[in-house]
Write a protein that binds this ligand. Structure first.
Ligand code: NAP
Ligand code: ZN
Ligand code: ZN
Length: 348
């Protein structure tokens, strides 16, 4: 039978998104059903639909920044009750037993996490469809509780953009006395600025958009560096402990690597879909590292939401109806969003 769902889908790779209806699976014992209230538009949705990350399983309903209200709980589900506000992020399942899953790092599951869209559920036959829709069904262990004090549209982006910046900031111990750079003030980057500031680090935003300076400072950045002038890097040599690169486009990493101090780390978070060029002699003279980081596991996802509840942190959003999705994609690619588009799910 299934649960009738209204959504927007890409019917082919590179295609525009259009209205689409399908049935979600009936609830399994540990599942909950939610009525989606808001779904964020992540640049990963755009890369995926555009085929920039490989194959596209169509029809494809993107969306992995999901917030909603529980409307039904499965027979054995205990974590949530009807009426609870919950969130769903970038994955909906994992093997649950490998050494990474065992320590709550389901995002690094050795069998591969089950993505929220553009793949199959672990049964290998049910297409996983994402959050640009009005209803969702999820194993309760892969959903998190949303603090009641937060403004709901601004919560949806926490489920990907939020955790993706929170996790490396915690892993590399951003805090008082640490100089942290965030490259790109987009959906991910602006969350990085808010978290790094809340953690007490000295925060610098690297941006190619002059118009974002005032916002960056208002979000908690101490410095704003406009990268269109390459000479700005001259005075920044060997000064950062940690730089998080959230840029969605191909770019030259070397000026940022030179800006790292001894043992500093540049973390790759943006994934343009093309290899980066790297001159090794920019790493050696200061034992610098390049690392990568991908979202976060379930315990850290809940920790991040609780941190947001305590510090009253949400994403800055532009709420749009479903009919605006295609225009929102174009504007996101042009770095023209302040700072995340979020779809009002009542418009599906
Ligand atoms: P976004 O909102 O579009 O932000 C990207 C920002 O990068 C833009 O706002 C812009 O910032 C900068 N930028 C874009 N094009 C540029 C260019 N040609 N040159 C220089 N700077 C440019 O995207 P997002 O949703 O934050 O996602 C960012 C990237 O992270 C994407 O590649 C996405 O797929 C990836 N991602 C990774 C993970 C993970 O787990 N690692 C999770 C989610 C997303 P300024 O205007 O300030 O320069
Ligand atoms: Zn995402
Ligand atoms: Zn696993």
């Amino acid at each position: 039978m299934g649960i009738a769902t209204r959504a927007y889908a890409a019917m082919e790779a590179k295609g525009s998104l259009q209205p689409f209806t399908f049935n979600r699976r009936d609830l399994r014992d540990h599942d909950v059903e939610l009525k989606i209230t808001y779904a964020g538009i992540c640049h990963s949705d755009i890369h995926t639909v555009a085929g920039e990350w490989g194959s596209v399983l169509t029809p494809l309903v993107p969306g992995h920044e999901i917030v909603g209200v529980v409307t039904q709980v499965g027979k054995s589900a205990k974590k949530f009750a009807v009426g609870d506000l919950i969130g769903v992020g970038v994955f909906v399942d994992s093997c649950g037993s490998c050494e990474n899953c065992a320590q709550g790092l389901q995002n690094y599951c050795l069998e591969g996490m089950t993505g929220t869209y553009n793949g199959y559920e672990r049964d290998g036959v049910t297409p996983a469809q994402g959050g640009y829709s009005n209803a969702f069904v999820i194993d309760e262990n892969y959903a998190v509780k949303v603090p009641a004090n937060l403004s709901l549209p601004g919560v949806a982006p926490l489920m990907c953009a939020g955790i993706t910046l929170y996790s490396p900031l915690r892993h590399w111990k951003a805090g008082p006395g640490k100089k942290v750079g965030v490259i790109g003030l987009g959906g991910l980057g602006h969350m990085g600025v808010k978290f790094a500031a809340a953690l007490g680090a000295e925060v610098t935003v690297f941006s190619h958009s002059a118009s974002k300076k005032a916002d960056a400072l208002a979000m908690g950045a101490d410095h704003f560096v406009l990268t269109s002038d390459p000479s700005v890097f001259d005075s920044l040599k060997s000064s950062f402990d940690l730089i998080l690169n959230t840029v969605s486009a191909d770019m030259d990493l070397h000026p940022y690597l030179r800006s790292l101090k001894l043992d500093g780390t540049l973390v790759l978070i943006g994934l343009p879909g093309k290899p980066y060029a790297l001159e090794g002699n920019v790493l050696l003279p200061a034992r610098r590292s390049i690392a990568g980081s991908m979202i976060g596991g379930m315990p850290e996802l809940q920790e991040m939401l609780d941190f947001c509840g305590t510090h009253n942190i949400t994403s800055d959003v532009e709420v749009i109806p479903a009919s605006y999705i295609n225009e929102a994609y174009t504007r996101t690619v042009a770095s023209d969003v302040k700072y995340r588009f979020v779809i009002d799910a009542s418009t599906f």
